[in-house]
Design a protein around this ligand. Structure first.
Ligand code: RIB
Length: 309
């Protein structure tokens, strides 16, 4: 793959899941059976979602993942091919692919359980080799749905190739020293930020302190308040609101943000514009049901990009 500055290459080292989404008036109580409103099965996994969003914005995307040898794995490969995502580095292992039961309430809020399956079989060696084999990539992005040592190995290979590394620490967990040391950017949401730091994301001081302690650039996504970015000088915080929308299903909005933000960074946009692009794609996605199925069409995504440039 040859580098093209207007069509940067993004490597996603991350998960795939089949999302099993139930829409209901409320979450059932312990021991209760509830009649839901509707059901949707779709393609998800934080890694795959970020890969799809980046691709919808025109990036060349290389997915690095491990699928099971089941029908879900076959369907996921086909889905990637349909988007034109490079699957050379998607591996297969015996057993089940990842699945994610999801519950969405009428205000659009979601609750998710992931069962990682083959996602946890992606090895550090496979991930590092995949990054080295793609030396033109501008950005390598990871999350916490594959083993941390795997993502750390990919990020340290990115240090050799010169790619920027972006970690979306989701689902929240304490971060290994290796992973933190090889991450240039951290993008938690406000819940993950609070779990990592013990402080709420509405405190500018807490954001600045965390960026300093971890020696990373920091963006925190804050639902309908958009995102907060610690300035490049590390002194201040800029809070950037999203376009107002009526949320139907917020599942995957954070992934739309991360996928779009990394394209902005890969294109060399000013950081606050990369945040604006992330906000626009995420806000648009919450107006439709599902995860990848809710993401903006390529035309719409291009319009968001044009509005920002
Ligand atoms: O961020 C949303 C995603 O989290 C879903 O697609 C689900 O699969 C889990 O990975």
């Amino acid at each position: 793959m040859t580098a093209n500055p207007s069509r940067p290459t993004v490597i996603v080292v991350g998960s795939t899941m089949i999302d099993l989404v139930a829409y209901a008036s409320r979450i059932p109580k312990k021991g209760e059976t509830l009649v839901g409103d509707s059901f949707q099965m779709g393609f998800g996994g934080k890694g795959a979602n970020q890969a799809v969003m980046a691709r919808l914005l025109g990036a060349e995307v290389v997915m690095v993942n491990c699928l099971g040898d089941d029908a879900y794995g076959d369907m996921t490969l086909e889905n990637f091919s349909g988007f034109g995502i490079d699957t050379t580095n998607v591996f297969r292992a015996t057993g089940a692919s990842g699945v994610a039961p999801i519950w969405v309430e009428p205000d659009g809020s979601n609750r998710i359980i992931i069962i990682p399956g083959a996602n946890h079989r992606l090895t550090a060696r496979q991930a590092a080799r995949s990054v080295r084999d793609t030396p033109d990539a501008s950005v390598v992005v990871g999350q916490l749905e594959v083993p941390q040592e795997t993502t750390a190995a990919a990020f340290s290979a990115a240090r050799e190739t010169g790619a920027i590394t972006v970690l979306n620490p989701a689902p929240a967990d304490s971060l290994s020293d290796d992973l933190l040391a090889s991450s240039d950017w951290l993008i938690p949401n406000e819940v993950e930020f609070e779990m990592l730091t013990g402080s709420p994301a509405d405190s500018d001081g807490a954001l600045v302190d965390f960026a300093r302690q971890t020696d990373t650039r920091l963006v925190v996504t804050i639902g309908d308040e958009g995102a907060a970015i610690v300035s490049g000088t590390g002194h201040g915080v800029v809070r950037i609101p999203p376009p107002p929308v009526d949320p139907l299903d917020t599942t995957g909005a954070g992934d739309a943000f991360v996928g779009a933000f990394v394209v902005g960074i890969a294109l060399g946009l000013p950081e606050q514009d990369a945040v604006r692009l992330g906000n626009a794609c995420a806000a648009d996605s919450v107006t439709r049901p599902g995860t990848q199925s809710s993401f903006p069409s390529p035309d719409r995504a291009e319009r968001f990009m044009t509005d920002i440039l």
